[in-house]
Design a protein around this ligand. Structure first.
Ligand SMILES: *[C@@H]1O[C@H](CO)[C@@H](O)[C@H](O)[C@H]1NC(C)=O
Ligand SMILES: *[C@@H]1O[C@H](CO)[C@@H](O)[C@H](O)[C@H]1NC(C)=O
Ligand SMILES: *[C@@H]1O[C@H](CO)[C@@H](O)[C@H](O)[C@H]1NC(C)=O
Ligand SMILES: *[C@@H]1O[C@H](CO)[C@@H](O)[C@H](O)[C@H]1NC(C)=O
Ligand SMILES: *[C@@H]1O[C@H](CO)[C@@H](O)[C@H](O)[C@H]1NC(C)=O
Ligand SMILES: *[C@@H]1O[C@H](CO)[C@@H](O)[C@H](O)[C@H]1NC(C)=O
Ligand SMILES: *[C@@H]1O[C@H](CO)[C@@H](O)[C@H](O)[C@H]1NC(C)=O
Ligand SMILES: *[C@@H]1O[C@H](CO)[C@@H](O)[C@H](O)[C@H]1NC(C)=O
Ligand SMILES: *[C@@H]1O[C@H](CO)[C@@H](O)[C@H](O)[C@H]1NC(C)=O
Ligand SMILES: [Cu+2]
Length: 590
């Protein structure tokens, strides 16, 4: 009882904090025709009739209110990336994790008391809508910033595709893509345009907030003619750290301080160079290097382009948080092995510990809130949401083994975590770390784990809620690279509420709003969504690849025209259906 009262008091305090101002944004989400890279006009998802969506700016202790009007012909939802959403899990946004998506034609209001400061972003979290343009910077000013500067700019890099996300996704998650090659972007954008300018006045100091809003691409950042100091990583202020270049992966953010030069005789290039390592192949017409310009004087020439050496992979381990926090011993530890393989749907899927994430029939938060004391039983969430139940105030260690040939930037909702350790190869409990630090390590909400390495992170389970953990390469999330942390379900039932508007939108979409992951009561999981599992026995991955190629060869004559004609995937889908039906028959016959 005492325990509960204390928790409630803590939440009451949090909401009392949010007195400062109510900052309202109206987001009328519609399709808009736009040509962001100047190469191709296409349908994008815009806000209030324009693309790009407007950046959001608030101050700590404000309450951010976003009135969403969904005017597109598909459901949507918004996630404020990096916000803790303490006591406010229902406003976190991932579709079918914390809410039913907002139906087409419906309105929904996100109300978010702001507890943090720093550099964040807001993006669609229903299917891959951010790849189609539904993304914008979210800047939270502190009342007194840790560092002084004269002015600030936000520099948001993003990759850009010419096809709709849904079209690309169908091609990506297809039996015709056995190697799992991701769609390669057509260009890179800076502040959603091909090249942006930033005016500098001699002698002034600028804060540049650098955000990577990519679906796939990873960039190297540097500025000709200027040194800079990193001062913030994903909401954590850090001691000034001088560098000339750094690496920024999808969804990561850094702030740097740059002092303008004394003279105006040249203008300088800002570089965001896409790392071609992420792409299976680099098309000849893809410009990897995205640039902006620092302008001192419109009339001045551009300073000669510097070729910057990329420093060794820098994971931020040299960065020291200003507010020190040492690592406390873990009380629980989970190991997550990330891998890709062809599963028994014959599609290259992503797995953590051999499970590919599949959405439940009921949003996981609704399951927690409606299942009484069964909410502490992982079974009610369904195997394929891959649930981990955390006890209130557990000190959680997560070890991520990246067993894949690609690099992955992972994101945890609702927290920052400490980056405690890194090592090469598979961490089996005894492999020595190449980096291990329990003395005030960097805290952030993104961890980049290169191929065939491992990383250890820590966080305290002090934020009751359902928090998604997933790769932020949008294609990999869609391929199932996610798990669900269900943090203190017993406390959630006492301190959280679900607004009636959430139930209304579930109803409008015909999604059950209570019950277990299958929409049933108790432990009856009949009809739960299930994903593909291991390869059928008797098949090896190589065998499957061979089989797929045989199928392709057999029907290539039929589909080749459609395939190369581009957008029309319908015919391909029809073919896939036929193949699947045929395979099912063969399976029955065996
Ligand atoms: C936010 O509000 C709380 C409570 O009123 C206060 O303690 C805190 O200092 C405020 N934060 C800032 C940055 O003003
Ligand atoms: C939303 O935007 C669309 C397209 O610009 C417009 O037709 C519609 O009236 C807008 N709705 C509201 C409520 O502003
Ligand atoms: C959504 O909000 C807009 C603007 O306030 C209003 O005009 C419209 O009627 C609302 N639509 C629904 C379905 O409530
Ligand atoms: C901000 O700084 C001013 C001036 O130093 C000080 O009076 C004020 O208390 C500070 N506010 C916060 C929230 O720290
Ligand atoms: C953003 O992240 C992606 C994926 O990690 C990466 O490929 C791309 O180069 C990054 N862009 C920038 C400007 O850092
Ligand atoms: C500005 O000029 C002064 C005098 O030439 C020099 O000492 C100083 O280092 C310069 N500052 C910068 C940022 O270039
Ligand atoms: C792009 O950037 C890379 C790395 O900074 C550099 O090696 C390469 O020369 C640049 N390419 C062009 C065409 O500028
Ligand atoms: C750990 O981090 C602290 C500061 O964050 C730093 O002073 C110390 O040198 C680091 N230790 C190791 C072993 O990297
Ligand atoms: C769960 O709740 C039910 C009904 O409220 C109760 O009968 C049962 O004893 C509880 N079980 C546990 C393990 O607390
Ligand atoms: Cu990934």
């Amino acid at each position: 009882m005492l325990f509960t009262t204390k928790v409630l008091a803590a939440f009451a305090l949090t909401s009392a904090v949010a007195q400062a101002a109510i900052v309202t944004y109206n987001w009328n989400i519609t399709y808009v025709m736009a040509n962001p890279d100047g190469l191709f006009e296409r349908r994008v998802i815009g806000v209030n009739g324009v693309f790009p969506p407007p950046p959001i700016e608030v101050t700590v202790n404000d309450t951010l209110v976003i009135n969403v009007i969904n005017q597109i012909d598909q459901p949507t939802s918004l996630h404020c990336h990096g916000l803790f959403q303490t006591g406010n899990n229902q406003m976190d946004g991932p579709s079918m994790v914390t809410q039913c998506p907002i139906p087409p034609g419906a309105n929904f209001t996100y109300t978010i008391p702001i507890e943090q400061h720093g550099t964040y972003w807001i993006h669609g979290h229903h299917q891959g809508q951010y790849v189609d343009g539904l993304r914008a910077p979210l800047i939270i000013h502190n009342i007194n910033e840790t560092y002084q500067y004269d002015a600030e700019y936000t520099i948001a890099f993003a990759d850009w595709y010419h096809d709709q996300h849904s079209v690309l996704l169908d091609q990506y998650l297809s039996i015709f893509n056995p190697s799992g090659a991701e769609p390669i972007p057509k260009s890179g954008l800076i502040n959603q345009i091909p090249s942006a300018t930033f005016n500098f006045v001699p002698g002034k100091t600028y804060r540049l907030r650098i955000i990577n809003m990519s679906a796939l691409a990873m960039f190297w950042f540097h500025i000709d003619g200027h040194e800079f100091e990193i001062i913030e990583v994903e909401g954590t202020d850090v001691e000034k750290y001088s560098t000339t270049a750094f690496h920024i992966s999808a969804a990561q953010r850094y702030s740097v301080l740059v002092t303008a030069r004394n003279d105006t005789s040249y203008n300088y290039v800002i570089h965001g160079d896409m790392d071609p390592m992420m792409f299976d192949s680099v098309p000849d017409d893809l410009v990897l290097n995205v640039t902006g310009t620092i302008v001192y004087n419109e009339a001045s020439p551009l300073a000669p382009i510097e070729t910057s050496d990329w420093p060794d992979f820098d994971d931020g381990s040299a960065l020291v948080p200003v507010v020190a926090q040492d690592v406390t011993p873990q009380t629980v530890s989970y190991t997550l092995d990330a891998a890709f393989s062809i599963l028994n749907d014959y599609i290259n899927k992503a797995t953590f510990n051999d499970i590919t994430y599949v959405m439940p029939k009921v949003p996981t938060l609704h399951t927690v809130m409606s299942m009484g004391n069964l909410s502490s039983n992982p079974e009610v969430y369904g195997k394929f949401t891959h649930p981990y139940i955390l006890n209130y105030n557990d000190e959680v260690e997560i070890i991520i083994n990246n067993a894949d040939a690609g690099n992955h930037p992972f994101h945890l909702h609702g927290h920052v975590f400490q980056v405690v350790g890194r090592g090469d190869g598979y961490y089996d409990g005894s492999t020595p770390y190449t980096y291990y630090n329990t003395t005030n390590p960097l805290r952030r909400d993104m961890i980049y784990v290169p191929s065939l390495t491992n990383a250890a992170i820590r966080f305290k389970a002090n934020n009751p809620g359902v928090w998604f953990f997933h790769c932020h390469i949008e294609w990999h999330l869609q391929a199932g690279l996610a798990v669900t942390f269900i943090e203190a379900p017993d406390v959630m039932q006492k301190v959280l509420t679900i607004d009636p508007s959430h139930y209304e939108q579930c109803e409008a979409l015909g999604i059950p709003a209570k019950g277990n992951a299958a929409g049933n009561e108790g432990l009856d999981m009949t009809g739960a969504n299930v994903g593909p599992t291991d390869l059928p026995t008797g098949f090896t991955a190589k065998g499957i690849v061979a089989l797929v190629f045989t199928i392709i060869a057999a029907i290539l004559g039929l589909i080749v025209v459609v395939w190369y004609a581009g957008d029309d995937t319908k015919a391909i889908e029809e073919q896939v259906k036929k193949i699947k039906a045929k395979r099912a028959l063969e399976g029955d016959a065996q």
